[in-house]
Write a protein that binds this ligand. Structure first.
Ligand code: NI
Length: 171
């Protein structure tokens, strides 16, 4: 039985590209439940599978009061208009920085009941979809900011990496 826990920056699993899900079985359902559990326990509004060590294309989000599991999500359209807003990530506790993202997105995905759907997002919802889908490609929010901004966060990022190295050996 695999133990799922929140992975933090420094964990190499966060830089890997995830594989598509080809079958929605009971294991997928329990992974989705576990993801919601970890997301809510940490006051997040989105979580991607690699953040709990699972290299599969699955994300969970809480947008506009709805909890959604998106399997094999794909951005099929996004607006040219962008928005710069401060965001954080459960894998980077305490770190917040402004990230520029498309203001509106349209995402195609498969539900946990194996139905194909499309969801539109604007503002915060669009941001959550883009942030979580990035995770499935090993892209982190700090990869979307300027070198100068990343330089400003350097100390905090190094501290997180040290924390990860320590945590690795906790039994
Ligand atoms: Ni994140």
């Amino acid at each position: 039985m695999m133990r799922y826990f929140l992975r933090i920056y420094g964990d190499p699993v966060l830089k890997r590209k995830c594989e598509p899900v080809d079958e929605i079985d009971d294991e997928m359902k329990s992974i989705s439940e576990k993801m919601f559990e970890i997301m809510y326990a940490n006051d997040g509004i989105g979580l991607a599978a690699p953040q709990i060590g699972v290299l599969k294309r699955i994300i969970v989000v809480e947008v506009e009061g709805k909890s959604l599991t998106l399997i094999n999500p794909e951005i099929i359209w996004q607006s040219d208009e962008t928005e710069i807003t401060e965001e954080g990530c459960l894998s980077f506790p305490g770190i917040f920085t402004e990230v520029e993202r498309a203001k509106r997105t349209r995402v195609k995905y498969i539900t946990i009941d194996n139905e194909e759907k499309v969801v539109e997002g604007e503002g915060l919802s669009a941001r959550v979809f883009q942030h979580e889908i990035d995770h499935l490609n090993g892209i982190l929010f700090i990869d979307r900011i300027s070198v100068a901004k990343r330089e400003m966060l350097k100390g905090e990022l190094e501290a997180l990496k040290r924390q990860y190295r320590k945590r690795k050996y906790v039994l």
